[in-house]
Design a protein around this ligand. Structure first.
Ligand SMILES: Cc1ncc(COP(=O)(O)O)c(C=O)c1O
Length: 496
């Protein structure tokens, strides 16, 4: 049975066939439902027994996807869900978009080799042409691309290696709350390693401003701190090889960098000949309302790290940089799997579709509407501390309104990961898949496909609001109820 994406998938608590909206689909018999459910439970049981304790999403989302189309995922038990996790922000066009499937089929049917190391192929040539077409002017004209091992984290490593080779320096500047991946260098820059060559600088944010002021003043103080660390001979931070930043921190809790601050970072690094690396692994390909998130500020970075959506749902990662940084020796960043032809074809189709159909603009308008709608919840539910985002990268920070604040403080309340986990679970019960993130996994995140329709957006907001209302009611009944749920379904470490 094919998944035809009805405008809105039925609530996840109901088996498919109960409310599909397709008259030709027969409702499954009771025995069939039970069989499907027990097959799903068996798969989940075997996964828990055989896979690593480091597994992440699988813990909070006990579903077994077997079919998917657009926003909709169908589980082995026949239940359907609206997927606002989208492969951790990978699926710009949702699941199995026709243009992506067609591009993949075309390569498969052509007899072209699927494994080519880093040899030139027509498929790669077309991908590079389409990618360069989208790059910010100023970088596009002088860009070089290095195809990396197929994960964002490998492209981050490549970027570090590149700027170290180009500058002869070793240290890196990175920001509080950053997430750049799980390999050694990327983990250092993310604050997850002990022995580091990274100096950490404050990333501006309004809700939990490290300087206690927020807004333009908080961003200005953050910029000044950066400047003084670089110019103070006794700051303890030697002249670095590069600065890496996310234009919107994703895993860090959906925190958009103010445009003015980003321009300051560009000016500060340019004045000191420090290459600026924009990590657009999660923010790229229209997600934030511009094709690349740096375009909001007009900043042209020296290096861009790209992955997730550029492979059109298949693994692909590249680093793009200005030609004068291209000081690498042959083989300086090698790897067996750097020529994924299917991913390049799917990626070309995705980049072109987003560009031709104005999906970045669509993300900007629809995202702004959804954020405005969700902001109303902060007045309605005390556990909704903050709503923020850019385009279709949206975060709702859950807080504990019962916590004692320091004398004289009016907020913000401490993050409430157990409430966020409960909201995620209540969303799942209502047929909505959401992501958790943020420093304390207290932020409920929405990363829907850019193809989201108005009707689907309304359904997402309805289910999310309903889930929050039910958790808020449980919280009002006593923290024990929420704590119990969290113990049953613990949160996950950040990761893509
Ligand atoms: C901004 C950013 N950089 C890098 C990465 C790492 O990418 P990957 O998980 O493909 O290694 C992620 C993953 O979520 C990310 O969000």
């Amino acid at each position: 049975m094919a998944v035809t994406e009805s405008a809105v998938a039925p609530v996840g608590g109901e088996p498919e066939g109960a409310r599909t909206g397709h008259d030709d689909e027969r409702a499954p018999a009771r025995g069939e439902c039970e069989g499907a459910r027990s097959a799903q439970e068996g798969i989940l049981r075997r996964q828990a027994a055989r896979e690593s304790a480091a597994r992440t999403y699988a813990r909070a989302l006990p579903i077994v996807p077997v079919r998917a189309r657009g926003l909709t995922i169908e589980g082995a038990d026949g239940r359907r869900y609206l997927d606002c996790l989208s492969g951790a922000g990978t699926l710009a066009l949702g699941h199995n978009h026709p243009v992506v499937l067609e591009a993949i089929r075309k390569v498969l049917d052509s007899g072209a080799p699927l494994h080519v190391l880093d040899l030139a192929t027509p498929v790669k040539d077309a991908f590079t042409t389409e990618l360069f077409r989208t790059l910010p002017p100023g970088l596009a004209d002088r860009a070089r691309v290095q195809f990396c091992g197929p994960a964002g984290t490998d492209a981050v490593e490549a970027a570090f290696k590149l700027v170290r080779a180009a500058t002869g320096r070793t240290g890196m500047l990175a920001f509080t709350g950053a997430y750049h991946g799980m390999t050694a260098g990327a983990l250092e820059a993310s604050g997850g390693a002990g022995d580091v060559r990274v100096a950490r600088l404050p990333y501006p944010q309004d809700y939990r401003c490290p300087f206690g002021v927020g807004g333009a003043q908080g961003a200005e103080l953050a910029a000044r701190w950066t400047e003084s660390v670089l110019d103070d001979a006794k700051s303890g931070v030697p002249s670095p090889a590069g600065m890496i930043l996310e234009p919107v921190q994703g895993e860090g809790g959906v925190i958009p960098a103010p445009d003015g601050w980003l321009r300051r970072m560009r000016a500060i690094t340019a004045a000191r000949s420090i290459p600026l690396i924009a990590d657009e692994v999660q923010t790229g390909v229209g997600r934030t309302g511009r094709f690349w998130a740096v375009e909001h500020s007009g900043v042209v970075p020296d290096v861009m790290v790209l992955s997730k959506a550029i492979g059109g749902s298949l693994p692909l990662a590249v680093v793009v940089y200005r030609d004068d940084l291209d000081v690498w020796q042959p083989g300086a960043h090698a790897g067996t799997f750097r020529g994924n032809q299917l991913a390049m074809a799917a990626g070309t189709a995705t980049l072109a579709y987003v560009r031709e159909n104005g999906l970045a603009e669509r993300a900007a308008t629809l995202g702004a509407r959804m954020i405005a709608h969700l902001r109303r919840l902060t007045g309605q539910f005390a556990c909704v501390g903050d709503v923020r985002g850019r385009g279709l990268m949206i975060g709702i920070e859950m807080v504990n309104p019962e916590a004692d604040l320091p004398a004289g403080a009016t907020g913000p309340y401490p993050p409430a990961p157990s409430i966020a986990t409960a909201v995620q679970r209540e969303c799942l019960r209502r047929g909505l898949i959401v992501e958790l993130g943020g420093r304390h996994a207290g932020v409920v995140r929405l990363l829907p496909p850019l193809t989201l329709t108005d009707e689907q957006a309304a359904a997402v907001l309805d289910r999310l609001t309903d889930a929050i209302a039910s958790v808020a009611a449980a919280t009002a009944r006593g923290p024990g109820a929420v704590r119990h749920e969290a113990a049953v379904n613990p949160g996950r470490a950040p990761g893509g």
